[in-house]
Ligand binder design. Structure first.
Ligand code: SF4
Ligand code: MG
Length: 326
């Protein structure tokens, strides 16, 4: 296997408060706090967590839609965190994104064929009307749409079909990495399953790496090879899918899993409920950020931040407990 994406101690801090509150001048939200992981070619890594955990910021920072405050990202061996201008533009072709809301990301006044052709023209990948039309037709077919869908406008399609159009556009520049940010979250149950199957199929055929950002563990279970669980800007557990679902090592992962409806009684788990809301990221709890909601918190958790450590082959977690009770 070959690493396509290497994220090392990535940080994104947003300053908060303009000094209008006493002592607030130098505070910051640590949206990403030393996030480290790698992603191999042809692999799907899901990033899960509640809203505000930093998972969307992670995707946007990798894409350089927002600038990191520190750390590094390598795409296919190139350090993109230091790149500017033309060099970055060339490399951006290799990573494409699909967002949650295709209605917002597809221009309503453009025909589908022009939407899908835009990256082909922008990157100068295909030239000549006939060749572009041919390539657009292939891309539409690849995502399960008829070739003549290109003649129509986005609003003439259902939500699931519009997401197929967004995927066709993302595939047009021939990326190695696809970042899906809640890409199926707005869809109904059956379109959701169809788009997840489409992504899995495209991955097999094209050898794509996928960073699948989602709050939905039920969906993630169908597509992820590995799963990173984030809480208040930090990865608290990273494990392969089977291990994570069968034997989570972090109490937060356990809580997320016990909230997922599980029709399989053999896999019955210790059910733990999450207490309260996610704390404000402006002043996250000291020590383990999760201690205010953790049913197992003890003295040490309130002062000492746990670090990611190996728990099983293919599993790391950041928790002071050696094993979960139950
Ligand atoms: Fe809970 Fe402590 Fe582990 Fe944090 S370090 S998850 S508070 S047991
Ligand atoms: Mg989000």
């Amino acid at each position: 296997s070959q690493t396509i994406l290497d994220v090392h101690e990535l940080r994104k801090y947003y300053p908060v408060g303009q000094g209008w509150l006493p002592g607030s001048g130098r505070r910051s939200v640590k949206a990403l706090d030393d996030v480290t992981f790698t992603l191999d070619k042809g692999e799907t890594l899901a990033v899960v967590g509640e809203s505000g955990c930093g998972k969307s910021t992670l995707g946007r920072t990798i894409l350089r839609f927002v600038e990191p405050s520190g750390g590094n990202v390598w795409l296919d061996g190139h350090r993109i965190t230091e790149m500017a201008g033309r060099e970055m533009r060339r490399l951006r072709r290799q990573m494409q994104v699909v967002f949650q809301d295709p209605a917002a990301s597809l221009s309503p006044r453009m025909r589908v064929r022009d939407i899908v052709a835009e990256p082909l023209r922008n990157y100068g990948l295909v030239s000549g009307r006939a060749a572009i039309a041919e390539r657009v037709g292939d891309l539409l077919e690849q995502v399960g749409l008829p070739r003549d869908a290109g003649e129509r406008y986005p609003h003439e399609f259902s939500g699931g079909q519009r997401q197929r159009i967004a995927i066709a556009r993302a595939l047009a520049p021939g990326p190695d990495l696809l970042i899906c940010d809640e890409a199926v979250s707005a869809l109904d149950v059956s379109s959701k399953a169809q788009i997840v199957n489409l992504l899995a199929d495209l991955q097999r055929r094209l050898g794509l790496a996928i960073l699948f950002i989602s709050h939905d563990l039920a969906v993630v279970e169908h597509i992820a090879d590995r799963i990173a669980v984030m809480y208040l800007g930090r990865i608290v557990e990273l494990a392969d899918r089977t291990t994570l679902f069968a034997a989570p090592a972090h109490p937060y992962t356990q809580a997320l899993l016990s909230a997922v409806l599980d029709p399989n009684p053999v896999r019955k788990r210790q059910r733990i409920a999450l207490k309260g809301e996610v704390p404000s990221p402006i002043d996250p709890p000291a020590g383990c950020h999760f201690h205010t909601r953790c049913p197992y918190a003890f003295e040490r958790c309130r002062s000492e931040p746990p670090v990611l450590a190996q728990r099983a082959p293919g599993q790391v977690a950041a928790c002071h407990l050696e094993a979960l009770p139950g």
